[in-house]
Design a protein around this ligand. Sequence first.
Ligand code: GLU
Length: 507
Amino acid sequence: MNEITTPAATRPVRTRVAPSPTGDPHVGTAYIALINYCFAKKHGGQFLLRIEDTDQVRSTRASEVAILDSLKWLGLSWDEGPDVGGPHGPYRQSERSAIYTEHCEQLLQAGHAFKCYLTPEELSSLRAQQTAAKLPPKYDASYRALNDKVAAEREAAGAAHVIRMVIPESGTCRFEDTLRGIIEIDYATVDMQVLMKSDGLPTYHLANVVDDHLMGITHVMRGEEWISSAPKHLLLYQYFGWEPPVLTHLPLLRNADRSKLSKRKNPTSILYYQRAGYLPAAMQNFLGLFIKSASEEDEKTSLQDLIDGFDVHNISLGGPVFDTSKLDWLNGRYLREELTTAQFLDEIRKWALNDAYLLPIAEMTQSRIVRLSDLGALTAPFFMNRIDGLSVERLRDGVKIETDQQRAAYTLALQQFDAMVEWNKDNVDAALRKTAAALDIKLKDMIRTFYLAVLGSPQGVPLFDGITHLGRDILRERLRHAMELLGVASKKEVEAWAELLTQETSD
Ligand code: GLU
């Protein structure tokens, strides 16, 4: 009963990418999508896109649109999805609530799930007891026993509850991963996962399994961070009496220092790569290198080559390093070798010489211009990635605040920019004002330092408009550049500065 294996799928291949629309479109999503796409197409199968927006607080429609647009920009398309429809829709989890409720009810009826009435206080006090006893904190039999004692009473009183899945108290979950072979995970380490939250909405685990089954997914290829969830998912397949998909956990993209790819060290948003002037073909080729066999000589490849040559075993578990110098090299080759001058001009137009990008720049420059020939200097920052030729001297030119205050200002602004749900001028304005207040420096003095780091000169177009138009990703890159020159903040510094911001917020 405790031994589970994933049988090789015998049905026509169907894969999917299932992004959560909770932020900018991540290059990791594109990498996973590309693998699932190539695998499906290689086997004459279908590739689906499903939006996993069960986290109602963090999910936004703007993020969903950006993810879809970015994947399309990369040349990917899907046979079924929220925008193209299909026979297994809806493809947005927020529109499938009734399906999850019905399935959860089945689990309750069969005794594979139970209502948990424990309060957050009870849960944290039990957790504290486990920690004190040096046990890994998790919902186990002792929690369940406590819940059994109080459940009937609380149910009668109409108390809020969640629904958790039953996990065997002993035994081992044994399953096969295509790249890693047999994996064994003891149930003793697995939490009795919440399947349905108190608001009646499902968690990722329930929704993901139910949808993969109902959408006929045969192969699940996802990031390795989900390995520890596999026992829960496989148990759910068993509880429902369904055939599980073939599982492949893909190595995560890494920074050059082999840490997990993070935006602190590398831009991770596809929007950044668009704005920084990378061609979709080069980006697609670059991501494709992670799934090509290392022995293939020419590194230039097409989507069709990737499909034809696709073999999941070419993916090295070593952890693919997201080496942006390789991307630069490829992008340069595409720009120089693959385009006629007319096509090159067309790419420039698509990138920045179009009305959508130029109109806000025209508005900003018109308020500052004397001669049309001032345009080059005024608008140069909108056609760059990092500021060319930035130096410590240029960053400190005429600055009245201390270097450490300047570093703190960049750090705190970055933190707030990252946390901003909606990127707009009002929010940018508020974040910068709050930064100056937290550091107790004059806004005017701080503004100069942002002119220098973001626009590369002490004056230019109106700063807040400029920042807003450049976008969060280019901003992050420019502030990171400035911090590299002035001194990258230590963890201790970041904590101390963040504390000032917290105090400012609570005042
Ligand atoms: N929504 C999950 C994510 O964005 C999907 C994981 C999976 O592929 O199962 O990571």
